[in-house]
Ligand binder design. Structure first.
Ligand SMILES: Cc1cc2nc3c(=O)[nH]c(=O)nc-3n(C[C@H](O)[C@H](O)[C@H](O)COP(=O)(O)OP(=O)(O)OC[C@H]3O[C@@H](n4cnc5c(N)ncnc54)[C@H](O)[C@@H]3O)c2cc1C
Length: 458
């Protein structure tokens, strides 16, 4: 049994944990990073990166299928799923090598194995103990299911969905949130018959209502079936498929059922509560400086209540390292964190929805403008419908931006600068956007909201 001492001991090498490690090392702190699986965590190996690679293959399938619309003769001969997976794994492997090399090049001690808190500042791994002046808990999340709904056989989560080496004929997806609509998009493009079951009244229910409505329109047009406001009751499996029953008695059959009902915090069994960490429904509770109920113990990423996104984890990891180093970083504004859903069409948003803005400021104190991508040259070239919606406080800054359309995710960078820098539409309107870009749609929307529309019909 060996004892090791560090300035910072980090449990979990995913987005939150490795960001904390890299920034701590930069700041001259001695760091141990404990990981039981692979550095990079969910995002790199089972989340962001592999799904976006599949979405790119899916886009190529769509482009090939529709090539004649732009005068190109091509035929989609099929989807070679093992080859798609090879392409995807190649990307993950390259990024994994890059990340491992980056971490190895810094004074960071990577410890392989499962860690468990054994004291307020100590974590045991196998027979060794790692004690930190500070601890960072970043153990991530797992795919949730519903009570009584067992993940087995033809009932799968995103982890198994990413392992499939064939394109299923027919799939039911339980959950119309980000992960559900992204898989629906992938499979539909690959030729699968897809039905989404969502308990809330709309698809992507966390987005602005007009975005949810536009998403439903786009999915209807793509032939993606969905049922909203309906509750799942049960599933029966046979050798060839599943039969899903809703509470209203309706039944649907398919080859597979993908359960995409959200992700739960991965905190059980790691000694957190036993060592004084306040945990609520599995989530580690922190203050706005990401400190847990135990001084000197911090938490980052999906185990902290809030948006479960990789870039939030990165930012929290950086914040914690700077906090430990005494740099007194500015707190992270959750509302300023950008969100992208990478389906076709894409959704990108930051700040308040119209409903939330009206609730906070009063409908009479906000102005809303929706710029239709119909007036945007590049979007027309790409053949996409959609819009950019802006919400401003009257005589004040932009407080929400919501976009839908092919590739709009790439526009979130400017959108988040506008919202987080509290820009006024008049200020953005005076900045030039290149023509023809989709980015121009953001510029046009600000021109219109500043009272000087250019290519805008309304
Ligand atoms: C299908 C899917 C798609 C996604 N797409 C996106 C996207 O496009 N964009 C985006 O921003 N986010 C996306 N996410 C979410 C993103 O993956 C997570 O928000 C992010 O990975 C959270 O980082 P984390 O550090 O909290 O946890 P994780 O990345 O889950 O890392 C936690 C790490 O801790 C390790 N660990 C856990 N317990 C222990 C222990 N006791 N001892 C040692 N090691 C331990 C785990 O092995 C893991 O490597 C997606 C998620 C999924 C599932």
């Amino acid at each position: 049994m060996a004892e090791h001492n560090f300035d910072v001991v980090i449990l979990g090498g995913g987005s939150g944990g490795y960001a904390a490690a890299l920034r701590s090392a930069q700041l001259g702190l001695s760091v141990a990073l404990i990981e039981r699986d692979k550095l990079g965590g969910t995002c790199l190996h089972r989340g962001c990166i592999p799904t976006k690679a599949l979405l790119h293959s899916a886009e190529v399938a769509d482009v090939t299928r529709e090539a004649a619309t732009v005068g190109i003769n091509a035929t989609l001969q099929g989807v070679d799923m093992p080859a798609v997976n090879k392409y995807r794994d190649g990307i993950v492997d390259r990024l994994f090598k890059g990340l491992t090399g980056l971490v190895a090049s810094k004074p960071i001690t990577v410890v392989a194995g499962e860690g468990r808190m054994v004291g307020q500042k100590s974590i045991s791994v196998n027979s060794d103990t790692y004690t930190g002046k500070n601890l960072v808990l970043a153990t991530g999340s797992y795919s949730k299911t519903l009570p009584g709904l067992e993940i087995a056989g033809r009932v799968i989560t995103s982890e198994q969905a990413l392992q499939l080496d064939f394109v299923p004929n027919k799939v039911i997806i339980l959950g119309g949130g980000v992960i559900g609509v992204e898989f629906a998009s992938i499979w539909k493009s690959f030729g699968t018959d897809v039905t989404i079951i969502e308990g809330l009244p709309t698809l992507v229910p966390n987005e602005d209502a007009s975005v949810s409505k536009a998403m439903e329109r786009a999915y209807r047009k793509r032939g993606i079936n969905f049922k909203t406001g309906v509750r799942f009751q049960g599933v029966q499996q046979s050798a060839t498929g599943v039969i899903v029953t809703l509470e209203n008695g309706e039944q649907f059959d398919a080859e597979l059922l993908l359960v995409a009902v959200g992700r739960g915090p991965n905190t059980a069994g790691f000694g957190y509560e036993e060592n004084g960490i306040t945990v609520d429904r599995g989530y580690v509770i922190t203050n706005d400086r990401l400190q847990t109920s135990v001084p000197g113990v911090f938490a980052a990423g999906d185990i902290v209540p809030g948006l479960q996104l990789a870039h939030r984890g990165f930012q929290q990891g950086i914040f914690i390292a700077e906090e430990i180093a005494g740099l007194k970083p500015a707190t992270i504004d959750e509302l300023g964190i950008p969100k992208v859903t990478y389906s076709e069409p894409e959704i990108a948003s930051v700040g308040l929805t119209e409903a939330k803005a009206a609730e906070i400021h009063g409908q009479e104190n906000i102005s809303v403008y929706e710029y239709n991508l119909g007036g945007n040259g590049k979007s027309q070239i790409l053949g996409t419908a959609g819009f950019v919606k802006l919400i401003r406080k009257n005589n004040g800054p932009i407080i929400g931006i919501h976009m839908i359309g092919s590739r709009v995710g790439e526009q979130i960078g400017e959108a988040q600068l506008i919202v987080n820098w509290e820009a006024f539409p008049e200020e953005v309107a005076s900045l030039v956007h290149a023509h023809p870009t989709q980015n121009e749609a953001l510029g046009e929307a600000h021109l219109a909201l500043a009272g000087k529309p250019l290519h805008a019909h309304a």
